[in-house]
Design a protein around this ligand. Structure first.
Ligand code: S3P
Length: 455
């Protein structure tokens, strides 16, 4: 599908964004292996989390759908049923990795398949799940399809992630529920911590520690410090997360906040289109996710947080953005995992800013739904921006003056949406090829954009 975007003079209004995709996947998965019924309000309507529900049904879980309220009738840690054929994870790397952790602890064999994009993405859960005692096979030991012959109980391990990854960490913590004893995962930087928060809420024993030169320190404080400095140090500090195995999880109600990764498109849109004023209601503001706000502020954007409160263990509030003059910045270091999904649209903001922006330490972008470094560089160049590609990032010349062009989504939802935002400030019309991919995380994205430009 093609979508045509014309430049706009202003964007104004109050909007909501879909429920957080990461939290929705986790709530459904934990609900499935908890005891009792988990009610999830605000479950993400995108294709990916819906695929999670379908996979759980194939594993014998009863799922009730009532609009955006989902009820999952949990089967307990060991109650899942062997599927009658391969499980389809579609486009979702998060689903494939997280559920691998659960399937590793079952006493049956499962096969997980994905679409063309997912089949090219590395599933770095294979090695650690084998260390825990599951038999896992994968193409070249890394790529889907995955065949997982579960084992119970699993062996607890202490695994050190070479690159911060919330999906791999979460898979191991979920597998840790099936291990006899304490499973620990260490990360070189704090990635999103929704799994840890939700596991605690469901009654699991989780411990999180920040290790600096051998000493353990408080994680929240360190995160705060980092966000204030807006760029982390590398190498000397690590995060350790541990979970105790073979207990049980108790079902509970989950209210899913708006997805800050979806809100990010409108934060950037509101900042780069002059005279804009957008309020995005009830957005999740977890400290491991909100770095996009700090970076936009550092670039000179006027972004306010209003009505911040805690909902089901996650900070939530409204984000209010106004059209602003932006300046270039540097985005690198241990902050990268905290805005990894927002980098494509931040690159668009950078192209509209005064001066140069440098993005480094983000080679993980190459393992997403498409190689997002290539995709962003290619599309920005088509729109006339000066961009240099780096192995782990890019250098964006800035200065605005984008011109309308035909750009590609490369089958990637966030690339489709990021370049729709670029089209708002380009001269002439921008055509997004493959715009339908936006539905993976944000059905209704183009309608919301149109509503804001009509007011
Ligand atoms: C996610 C973690 C990130 C992110 C993805 C969702 C999650 O992936 O890019 O969109 O829900 O944990 P990695 O942990 O693989 O970097």
């Amino acid at each position: 599908m093609q979508v045509r975007i014309s430049p706009v003079r202003k964007l104004r209004g109050v909007i909501s964004v879909p429920g957080d995709k990461s939290i929705s996947h986790r709530a459904a998965l934990l609900g499935a292996i908890a005891e009792g019924t988990t009610e999830i309000e605000g479950f993400a309507p995108g294709r990916d989390p819906q695929t999670t529900l379908e996979v759980l049904e194939r594993l014998g879980v009863e799922v009730e759908r009532e609009g955006n309220v989902i009820r999952i009738h949990g089967l307990g840690l060991r109650g899942l049923k062997p599927p009658d054929g391969p499980l389809w994870a579609g486009n979702s790397g998060t689903l494939m990795k997280l559920i691998s952790g659960i399937l590793a602890g079952q006493d049956f064999t499962s096969v997980l398949e994905g679409d063309e994009s997912l089949s090219r993405r590395p599933m770095r859960v294979v090695e650690p799940l084998r260390l825990m005692g599951a038999k896992v096979s994968a193409r070249d030991d890394l790529y889907p399809p995955l065949e997982i012959e579960g084992h119970f109980p699993l062996k607890p391990i202490c695994y050190s992630l070479p690159v911060a990854s919330a999906t791999v960490k979460s898979a191991l913590l979920l597998a840790g529920l099936y291990a006899e004893g304490r499973t620990s995962v260490e990360e070189p930087a704090p990635s999103r911590d929704h799994t840890e928060r939700m596991l605690e809420a469901f009654g699991a024993e989780v411990e999180r520690r920040w290790i600096r030169e051998g000493r353990f320190e408080d994680l929240e404080e360190e995160l705060d410090r980092r966000l204030r400095r807006a760029e982390g140090e590398r190498g000397r500090v690590r995060v350790q997360i541990s979970v105790e195995g073979t207990g049980k999880l108790e079902a509970r109600r989950v209210v899913v906040p708006g997805d800050i990764s979806s809100a990010a498109f409108f934060l950037v849109a509101g900042a780069i289109v002059p005279k804009s004023h957008i309020r995005i209601k009830d957005v999740g503001l977890n400290p491991t996710r909100r770095a996009v706000v700090e970076v936009l502020r550092r670039m000179g954007a006027e972004v306010r947080v209003e009505g911040e409160r805690l909902v089901c263990g996650e900070p939530v509030g409204d984000l209010v953005v106004r059209g602003s003059d932006l300046k270039g910045t540097r985005i690198a270091g241990t902050l990268i995992p905290n805005l990894i999904d927002e980098l494509p649209v931040l690159a668009v903001a950078a192209a509209c800013a005064r001066g140069e922006t440098v993005i480094r330490d983000a080679s993980e972008l190459r393992t997403k739904e498409t190689d997002r470094i290539r995709a962003v560089v290619e599309n920005l160049r088509r729109m006339g921006a000066k961009v240099g590609e780096l192995p782990d990032g890019m250098v964006i010349g800035g200065g605005g003056n984008l011109r309308g062009a035909t750009v590609e989504s490369f089958g990637d939802h966030r690339i489709a949406m990021a370049f729709a935002i670029a089209g708002l400030v380009a001269e002439g019309e921008t055509v997004i090829e493959g715009a339908e991919w936006a539905d993976i995380s944000f059905p209704g994205f183009f309608r919301t954009l149109e509503d804001l430009s009509r007011r």
